[in-house]
Design a protein. Structure first.
Length: 265
């Protein structure tokens, strides 16, 4: 029975679509046909097979998920989302180290949805991509975890501090040293701003960078060989933002508030 159910669901995109539609709410056959843009003949066989499997029930003309159907679809959706995500940029995910993402979030990585990969050309290696810069500067809250120093970051975050955006910036000790040594004015502005909270992480490097704004999640991962290639993963949408915030809080748990005095001496 288990094998039959797996075949019934996983090897038919149409049946998966029907089950996901019924997960949202019970529907009649006409609504299902309209939403899937199919005719009656092409949908009836799928409905018959799903009904015979016990995954859906029919009362009058309304189809609903059965109890077992609800359980299966509830557990099926994260797997489908993950497969969709990994299938879009398979080469990237296979060549990068995912161990820096905690297991409870790796299991839900499909919540990122559609991801865009940005890789600057040689002439723009040290520039912040426009889509990321615009999102940062136009956000009310910016969460940042970073393990390497970006030359444009101090001026961007100092501007945010002046504009009143809520900033939570967590960095490694080496990044903090470079910030206060090479960009003293911006560093002091950040450390004194009421709307800016600075943290320092003394843990081994995890993700090279993670930024969560009002509109997007942006992060970089090390390659499986330990090298860092300047590829930025961008994801948008409410579920992606929630996922990104959870990842940020995970890294923040082992950090401590930054004491700027040693860096200002």
């Amino acid at each position: 029975m288990k094998y039959c159910l797996l075949n019934l669901i996983l090897f038919s995109g149409r049946r998966k679509e029907i089950l996901l539609l019924l997960k949202e709410k019970p529907r009649d056959i006409d609504e299902i046909k309209e939403l899937l843009n199919v005719n009656a003949n092409s949908i009836q066989l799928h409905m018959k097979k799903i009904k015979e499997s016990g995954l859906i029930t029919q009362k009058n003309k309304i189809y609903s998920l059965s109890e077992i159907g609800e359980t299966i679809v509830e557990n099926m959706q994260p797997m489908l989302s993950m497969a969709e995500l990994l299938g879009e940029n398979t080469e990237y995910w296979m060549s990068h180290d995912l161990s820096s993402i905690p297991e409870f979030l790796l299991e839900r990585i499909g919540e990122l949805g559609h991801c865009e990969l940005l890789e600057p050309d040689a002439e723009h290696l040290f520039e912040t991509p426009k889509v990321l810069r615009d999102s940062i500067l136009n956000s009310r809250e910016i969460l940042t975890f970073v393990t390497y120093f970006h030359p444009q970051a101090p001026s961007i975050y100092a501007e945010l501090a002046e504009n009143g955006s809520e900033i939570v910036l967590c960095m490694t000790e080496s990044v903090a040293q470079r910030l206060f040594l090479n960009n003293r004015t911006e560093a002091e502005k950040l450390s004194r701003a009421d709307n800016c909270r600075l943290f320092i992480s003394r843990e081994p490097a995890t993700v090279p960078s993670l930024i969560v704004t009002d509109k997007l999640v942006a992060f970089k991962l090390f390659e499986t060989n330990g090298k860092l290639r300047d590829q930025l993963v961008l994801s948008f949408g409410e579920r992606a933002l929630c996922w990104g915030k959870e990842l940020f809080r995970h890294y923040l748990e082992t950090a401590e508030p930054l004491n700027e005095k040693p860096f200002l001496q």
